[in-house]
Design a protein around this ligand. Structure first.
Ligand SMILES: NC(=O)c1ccc[n+]([C@@H]2O[C@H](COP(=O)([O-])OP(=O)(O)OC[C@H]3O[C@@H](n4cnc5c(N)ncnc54)[C@H](OP(=O)(O)O)[C@@H]3O)[C@@H](O)[C@H]2O)c1
Length: 311
């Protein structure tokens, strides 16, 4: 981790997953607004992004290593950030994975559910007590959580398939889902992100919690599990078409929208923004406050339970 050099800054912005795709672009944009705290699992990649930002005239980045598939690592990263004692204005929970098939953490937990939901949940709860009033916490969600989103169902998604947090940890989803279990894992983890944002916004009005749907950004690292031919097609054919297709986007444009949402000085909280930065509704499930509260309650219970289990 690069030491904080004591340079006075008006604001600090935490970005998870800044080493690729949307998060990388958002980190560059947020560097225009103050110090950027880059949180990722690869010290080497983090160093490269930090060097790029620090080479700019007013750029200032610090790096913190944290693997979101490993909750102990997430807690260490949050503690490191608190120790930096920076004036944190916002947190962008962007890091995420989308495995095609069943994939597991070192503990045998579902990889997408742990990395996309449990990791950011633990990270956010560890930082919340240290955030000043009005700080904005933004989660990068996904419209594939909504079973009524036609473009997502055409791609094979069947919406979030939440049974319980404990079932998600085991990689179990509500029956009737996608033919690819990885799609159910991803959609459910993203539904949990959105439910978390909406419930946290209700619980903690002194802070702001908002969600963004960045649009379909072909060619980012998220499709790394697709075969080499599909990856090539995504990068070389789909990505150039993205600016012209409804719901499709480029990381540059998505990052601009996300930076706008994160840095805006309104008191908006509990808002879910689409790829153009317009408020959008989530699925029927997340629009039910009882569902959001259940996801948060069960996640907290699960995390307490995991903490008590022998390593
Ligand atoms: N691309 C889309 O179409 C799309 C659509 C809707 C939502 N999203 C969401 O947008 C976010 C960014 O996705 P992207 O498309 O920009 O994908 P990406 O290019 O693969 O970027 C993902 C970032 O997350 C990091 N990451 C992955 N696993 C991690 C872990 N265990 N610990 C810490 N960091 C980890 C990656 O780090 P490494 O560089 O080390 O791999 C990378 O920096 C994700 O939350 C995704 O679900 C994307």
């Amino acid at each position: 981790m690069r030491e904080f050099d004591g340079t006075p800054r008006t604001a600090a912005w935490i970005v998870t997953g800044p080493t690729s795709g949307i998060g990388y672009r958002a980190a560059l944009d947020l560097a225009e607004h103050g110090t950027v705290v880059l949180v990722g699992r690869s010290p080497h990649k983090l160093k490269k992004v930090a060097a790029e930002i620090n080479a700019r005239p007013r750029g200032h980045a610090v790096t913190v290593t944290g693997d979101f598939s490993d909750l102990a690592s997430v807690r260490r990263a949050a503690a490191e950030i608190v120790a930096l004692d920076l004036p944190i204005a916002g947190l962008l929970n962007n890091a995420g994975v989308s495995p095609m098939g069943p994939a597991h953490t070192a503990q045998g937990w579902d990889l997408a559910f742990t990395t996309n939901h449990l990791g950011p949940f633990v990270f956010t709860e560890a930082l919340v007590p240290h955030l000043p009033d009005g700080a904005n916490v933004v989660f990068v969600c996904s419209a594939v959580e909504d079973p009524k989103r036609t473009s997502a169902t055409l791609a094979g998604y069947r919406g979030g398939r939440y049974i319980s947090a404990e079932a998600g940890l085991r990689g179990e989803w509500r029956p009737g889902g996608s033919r690819r279990p990885g799609m159910d894992a991803y959609a459910t983890s993203k539904q949990c992100n959105l439910a978390t944002v909406l419930e946290f916004a209700r619980e903690t009005p002194r802070l702001r919690f908002n969600a963004v749907e960045p649009g379909f950004n072909p060619g980012t690292g998220l499709g790394r599990d697709a075969g080499p031919v599909a990856r090539l097609a995504l990068r070389c054919v789909a990505a150039p078409l993205a600016p012209f297709i409804t719901y499709w986007n480029t990381p540059k444009r998505a990052a601009r929208m996300i930076t706008h949402v994160l840095t805006d000085s309104s008191d908006a909280t509990g808002v879910y923004y689409d790829e153009k930065g317009r408020p959008m509704p989530g699925s029927d499930q997340v629009r039910d406050p009882a569902f959001d509260a259940r996801v948060v309650r069960e996640t907290r219970t699960l995390l307490a339970d995991i903490a008590g289990r022998p390593a």
